[in-house]
Design a protein around this ligand. Sequence first.
Ligand code: NAI
Length: 468
Amino acid sequence: TTQVKKICCLGAGYVGGPTCAVIAYKCHDIDVTIVDLNEARIAAWNSDNLPIYEPGLDKIVFERRGKNLFFTTQVEQAVIEADLIFVSVNTPTKKSGLGAGFAADLAYVESATRQIANVAKSSKIVVEKSTVPCRTAESMRTILEANSNENIRFDILSNPEFLAEGTAINDLLSPDRVLIGGLQTPEGIRAQQALVEVYAHWVPTDRIITTNLWSSELSKLAANALLAQRISSINALSAICEATGADIDEVAYACGRDTRIGPKFLKASVGFGGSCFQKDILNLVYLSEQLNLPEVAAYWKQVVDLNDYQKKRFVSRIIKTLFNTITNKKIAVLGFAFKKDTGDTRESAAIALCKDFIQENAKVRIYDPKVSTEQIFMDLSTPGVDNLDALKKRVTIAKTAYEASEDADAIVIATEWDEFKELDFPKIYEKMHKPAFIFDGRLILDAENLRNIGFRVHTIGREDRDFY
Ligand code: NAI
């Protein structure tokens, strides 16, 4: 088999960066070069202040950078030298044209593929790392083969990434499985084996699964659809709990104790976010429609619809509880990232909540330990709210949770950051308007304890207990 000595990764984002940093960390005999067109991002990867926050990432990068781990904007050079190239560029949902709002925008994947075809002077293994619609490898192969000659061949593999943001380094160091799809031809199998050997540096071989290309591509969409479906299922049940007096945490625990169901990914919340779940399900919906399977499309679409409903439902409950108006009321939003331990805000539920609060003319005060002020304003000013000055009259950013909740009428927990569990709530209560409300969108607070302090507490998946 081919032995991989030099790896290049196109795309230094949340996936390309951590994944390839871990490969460099575990394979000292392989040189890993991560390239990106975005100069600022590469400059940050080469600085003390990495462009993404991920627990444990900096240690690994600082240890290998300059030894066998490199970050550069010199795409051409890195492609020419590599035996294996990961394509880890973004694949957002298309905003316009055919399949707008559902299909993945493959423009970045295609231009990365053409770039490889244009500059390669020797044979390469090209690995789809980005999440792509089923059969994208086929298009990549067509582009590459149209550009190969008797001296150069391109083998395409699919190696979707299953890391979760916030736990990326642990997920990469000890993955449940690594999935490698390839064409089931002698050359395809040889390429597959070459990538298996890279992972085998640290992943037990029984955790490295090899399949055909299409199974691998579809498995990534399927895995995200199944995960998101569990969240929408528990969130749908949370609505029933609120109306009946059942407690969603108790229901989730009771159900999760069934080993066929299992306890993970059954936490009710204000809704899932992140760059992947919604995008990948919509992608699957689009695929189903293309395949003329409307019932299948509708089934998966409902997972996304329920998620939107959950966010809207939470906002309605907040407004209703605050005496049917939040005009000029101060709402402290704790957390802006889509989940804890990441600074990523893509599709964060907090964005939807804040936009609704702004529409209702509330004053919104946001605190998040990892998200920058610029990022928050960028997220809130894209469509709907266009005037930044007007926005800044409604929205302010606080440096601590205490600052955010001063003089507030209500606190809304939007992200499950651990530090929110440890807050000095008697101190917060003292400085809030009365009655002081807390809306726990992540089910992380001890409601009884807060009620004893004097708060009125409303939690997703629990019946309202304040009657007045
Ligand atoms: P990202 O947006 O953070 O990073 C993509 C990077 O690719 C950007 O920095 C962009 O400048 C760069 N890029 C675009 N075209 C390029 C080109 N031709 N040459 C070099 N660089 C180029 O995106 P992220 O989050 O890393 O996602 C990448 C892919 O991985 C997506 O398909 C996503 O669905 C998938 N994925 C993401 C996960 C996540 O947790 N974020 C998890 C698993 C898969």
